[in-house]
Design a protein around this ligand. Structure first.
Ligand code: PSV
Ligand code: MN
Ligand code: MN
Length: 424
């Protein structure tokens, strides 16, 4: 479904006086408002095709109804989010869940919704019906060459689908690892994985990138073959200039200093992709900014600092994506909340007075350095983010309009109450 344009305008009109008041106040408090507005308008976050349905745990799943039944409906859902917030202009597909039967049609449909195809994702963590070899003991790391070959060929097939759709990156997240001490020869597992990634790398078109995503644990609980940023960076460095590390916020051991990781990867020119979510315990995949908003701010602060230091384009030089799962919320509402949290935090990071911060650091003025960061973090930038969104044609309050338009009810009527989207 699409929301009529006039409904967005009416909604915006109704809240405009309060928005203007807040925006004018904030504009008096901060510098560079027009420039920040442009940066906010340009910033786009990819939505994964697997986050549109109700997620689950191994204990159960409670689908809410109206979930997309195919790739077309997934594109429609993301198109709707993007229509409301104008900041979700990309979709990330997972193969084989999203094999496009008619790529030209899918490409045209995405373009109609203002969406481009973000990184493609391969899947060697599940066995598919009819698949010859099992990934029970890993894929690219496997002791059996045939199984490694099957996984390599799958990744190359994913690249082929991506080429047809106009994507320009492949994300490889491997669940490879071991469950018990002694199960795996770490060196062999690493070497096998590297050789597999090298073959996949060789199949990348010139302008493509490959993102090597790391994860500390799960589904393997003793070791993971791409377990942390050090291992991912090793692979990326050995592979070559088209290979990058991908940071997923939920993939670290507790209390890891993610902002420092991000700073150093950017310094090395090896940060390529980024998955947003939040967590309290592990890879919880919760709504962005729902648990540790200050950590998210500190990470964004390093992202902005590090990208500016390298002259990188905030929007195009990193693959930004949400990688979240929703057990008890309407997935579309959760995604709207996540994108809003990202935009707010990005705006706050843009407010940091970098000259003053550097001076404080040079003088070992710890208190001032902290004050500068917290000044930005404690600024209520919601009216700034809303102003950017309205300028881009979006809704003043996407979530409120989504509810007022009874989108979920429409989707349930259209698709049924018992639909189940493919995903994690
Ligand atoms: C599994 O942890 C995971 O969430 C990874 O973060 C990947 O990005 C995603 O699944 C899709 O494969
Ligand atoms: Mn991820
Ligand atoms: Mn994950």
């Amino acid at each position: 479904m699409r929301i009529e344009k006039y409904r967005i305008e009416e909604h915006n009109q109704a809240g405009m006086a309060a928005q203007q008041r807040a925006f004018e106040y904030l504009s008096g408090e901060i510098k560079n408002v027009p420039e920040i507005l442009q940066q906010l308008i340009a910033f786009q976050v990819g939505i994964p095709s697997w986050a549109l349905g109700t997620g689950g745990t191994r204990f159960g799943r409670f689908p809410g109804g109206g979930e997309p039944r195919n790739l077309e409906e997934k594109i429609e859902d993301i198109g709707l989010i993007h229509q409301l917030n104008q900041s979700s202009g990309a979709i990330s597909l997972h193969i084989p869940w999203d094999i496009p039967s008619n790529p030209a049609h899918i490409k045209a449909m995405a373009a109609q919704h203002g969406l481009r195809f973000d990184a493609m994702n391969s899947n060697t963590f599940q066995d598919q019906p009819g698949q010859k070899w099992s990934y029970k003991f890993g894929s690219l790391q496997h002791v059996n060459k045939d199984i490694r070959k099957q996984a390599i060929e799958h990744n190359i097939e994913v690249i082929r689908h991506g080429i047809e759709l106009g994507s320009d990156a492949l994300t490889v997240w491997l669940s490879d690892g071991s469950c018990f001490p002694g199960q795996l020869n770490f060196r062999h597992a690493f070497q096998n994985t590297l050789e597999g990634l090298q073959e996949i790398y060789a199949a990348l078109p010139d302008h493509w990138k490959i993102f090597v995503e790391y994860k500390a644990a799960e589904p393997n609980f003793y070791s993971t073959t791409v377990g942390d940023w050090g291992q991912s960076l090793l692979y990326a460095n050995k592979l070559g200039p088209k290979a990058y590390t991908l940071v997923d916020l939920g993939h670290h051991l507790p209390n890891a200093n993610i902002e420092q990781i991000v700073a150093l990867l950017l310094m090395e020119g090896k940060l390529g992709g980024f998955h947003f979510n939040d967590s309290k315990y592990g890879d919880d995949d919760l709504t962005v900014g729902s648990i540790k908003p200050y950590q998210l701010f500190l990470i964004f602060n390093e992202l902005v600092e590090g990208m500016d230091a390298r002259g990188m384009n905030h929007t195009t030089d990193l693959g930004w994506m949400i990688d979240a799962s929703h057990n008890v919320k309407d997935p579309l509402e959760d995604l709207l909340q996540s994108v809003e949290a990202i935009m707010i935090t990005y705006a706050q990071a843009l407010l940091v007075d970098r000259k003053k911060l550097l001076a404080a650091q040079q003088n070992n003025d710890v208190v001032t350095a902290q004050e500068i960061l917290q000044q930005a973090f404690r600024t209520d930038v919601r009216s700034l983010v809303a102003a950017a969104r309205i300028q881009a044609g979006g809704a003043l309050n996407p979530l409120a309009l989504y509810r007022a338009e009874k989108v979920r009810e429409h989707l349930i009527r259209e698709r049924g109450a018992k639909t189940m989207a493919t995903g994690l």
